[in-house]
Design a protein around this ligand. Sequence first.
Ligand code: CO
Length: 134
Amino acid sequence: MIGRLNHVAIAVPDLEAAAATYRDALGVTVTEPEDLPDHGVTVVFVQLPNTKIELLHPLGEGSPIQGFLDKNPSGGMHHMCFEVDDILAARDKLKAEGKRILGDGEPKTGAHGKPVLFVHPKDFDGTLIEIEQA
Ligand code: CO
């Protein structure tokens, strides 16, 4: 059912500093910050050969990552995103396994313009899981 690890998302209190860490300490290509107002985040993409890291910073009021940063002021891993071929089949399988899908359970358009769903972290070893129909 599951495909590639699409990205790991890290919530950070200082986007420029975080981007510099990856660029300078690891020598990785990082993009310029990009505002995604529909998702309440500004994001920097860290390109790795086999996946990417997304550095997330709150944008505007009611950002979905503000609460996470309030609890984790120095930042931390926010979620992992796995690719699936069929998001509805993946959702139904996860539900059948007793995993709670966040929101109304219907796929939303994610930060990359593709359908996504999130699975409750308490049902996944304390890690918020995003699934994306690639
Ligand atoms: Co994501």
